[in-house]
Design a protein. Structure first.
Length: 144
């Protein structure tokens, strides 16, 4: 069972709908979980900066922050947590990377959900594995 809630502190017509987020999350799952509970929050740069400082000790806004309740995954095979997406950063990066806002939102959700499952990019080997996985998922969604 997949439970996703969507909270928009920033509401724009171009933003993906709950069905899009559900599809992206489902496509990003690398294991069969008993349950997936995910809160998705769309914020502006100021709120992203606040969360990035609070949870990652980084002094700037960022595209996505993944907050996983890791113990639920390890002990109970339940993937749960929060994805915080920064609308401002996603728009800027989409323009810079010459892709649609929709496609970049998808990429950030895939990236964030992979992090919640233990993927990382702290070294070249981890980064290669995670990027390959992201590319395969985005290809399967016809977004790459």
């Amino acid at each position: 069972m997949i439970n996703i809630t969507l909270h928009k502190e920033v509401k724009r017509l171009y933003q993906p709908k709950i069905k899009d987020f559900t599809k992206w999350v489902t496509s990003s799952l690398q294991s069969s979980f008993l349950q997936v509970n995910l809160d998705i929050l769309i914020v502006n740069s100021a709120r992203s900066l606040y969360f990035n400082q609070k949870y990652r000790n980084k002094p700037h806004p960022t595209n996505v922050i993944s907050l996983e309740y890791k113990e639920s995954r390890i002990k109970f095979n339940i993937l749960s947590g929060e994805l915080i997406l920064c609308d401002d950063v996603i728009i800027d990066e989409a323009g810079t990377q010459q892709k649609t806002i929709f496609a970049h939102y998808a990429h950030m959700v895939v990236h964030g959900v992979l992090h919640m499952q233990g993927f990382d990019h702290q070294n070249d080997t981890e980064a290669d594995i995670m990027e390959s996985c992201e590319e395969n998922i985005l290809r399967s969604l016809s977004l790459l």
